[in-house]
Each structure stands twice: as structure tokens, then as C-alpha cells.
Design a protein around this ligand. Sequence first.
Ligand code: CU
Length: 254
Amino acid sequence: MLSSKIKLLASVAGLLAHHVGAHGGCVNYTVGDTWYPGYSPYDDPIPQDSAPWMPQRKWITNSPIFETNNISLSCNAPGTPARAYIPVRAGENITAVYMYWVHTVGPMIAWMAHCAHDDCTTFDSSTADWFKIGQRGLEEGTIEMGMWFQKSFSRWDGSPSLWGERVPKGLKKGKYLVRHEIISLHSANAPQFYPECAHLDVQGDGEGVPGSEFLVRIPGVWRMDQPEININIYAPGISNSTVYNIPGPPIWTG
Ligand SMILES: [Cu+2]
């Protein structure tokens, strides 16, 4: 665990140094009391690329993705598979850790997908069948000025910003991708997508798998003809609305 803590501190330092970029992403994970450092786009890629402990797919820039059909929408760029897995039991929480998340408006969605041949280290995420395991949206107030989870979860005292979602309790054991996606909607009709993926080794006795009505491809699930995605949050009739329906398929709770 000591090495994990050092790595976390290194990631925090890197984020502070690059905070001027005003973007970000998921930099660590926790399951229970155990921390799993993720890939740091701010640090030297060479030791990270060969790290046997790395559970997060490679991402090299904290800038958002703007195109709903961008091939990197699934697991960021380049999205190269990691070598390790985060062990988690079905029914347990997987928590994504951010540092100083700066944007405030838009939904956050956690996804999973089973890796073909039960091997995420060779799996192309653009062929994945993704299902939602949890999502957070507008908690209170209006679309423009209200409290979104994207705002309420962010910590400004230097402590980690935590986003936990439960791995469906009936999910069949196996190797899965988990994908944490923040969609930031502060620019009118110019949604910003911030996805990161990690590898999960799910344990459990369940036999559950989501039906086809829960499954989507990414890219594919988002389109600019969706009013919740291609939105001007400052427009009359939208800015004062207290309802925002998170688009996409229903959550599979297992
Ligand atoms: Cu940003």
C-alpha cells in the first residue's frame, strides 16, 4: 500500500501542476479501503505503460472529447489496455476518484462491459456491449444554476472527490471494463465528454447478465440529435427547467 500512496501523491502533485488546463479525469479507484492508482497523463508514460499493477487504460490528455462519434469516446485516447485488474465482488462499490473537478453542469454515468474471451488485456473497447450501473444528474434546482452531482461531489480542500457506484449484485463473475463518464454541458451546444476505463475482476456467485435492452455501443449511444446532449443550458425554457433526464439506456441493477 505504501507504493500506492506514493503514486497517489505523485498524481495529485501532477494535477496541481497542470490544473491550469481546467480539465481532468478519474485518476484513482477504491474498493473498500484499498486504493488503486490509475494512469496519470501528467507523468512519464514509460514506467506506467509497463507497470504490472496498472488497472486503468492509458489516457494521455485531460482534454475532453467533443465528437459523439469519436472512436476514443469509449476509453479515451489512446485507451490502450492495462495489464492488471481491480478485484471486486458483485454487490460491492467501485469508487472513482477525481481531484479538483472544475466543471459543474451535466450528467455522470458509470458503465460496465464484459471483455470478450474474459480477457480485458486484449479487448477492443469499441466492440464492447456497455450497460449502465449508475448515473448522477441534477440533484436540486435548475439546469443552469442548480446543484448537479458533478458540482456537489467535487472537493476543494485537497481531499479526493469520490464517486461510488455498486457493481450489480447479481452480475456473473468475470473480467469487465468499467467506464466512468462525465459529460460537461457548460458550453452551449458543445458537449464535452470525459471518459476513463479500468479493468475489473468481478467475483461472485451470480449468473446475471443484462438483456439487450440495456446494451449500447460507444461510440454510438450519444448523438447530436439528442436534446439532452446537444443542449444550450442558457436558453430560455431550458435554463430554468428543474428536470434533466439523463439519456441512454436504463440502468441494469442486476
Ligand atoms: Cu475542462
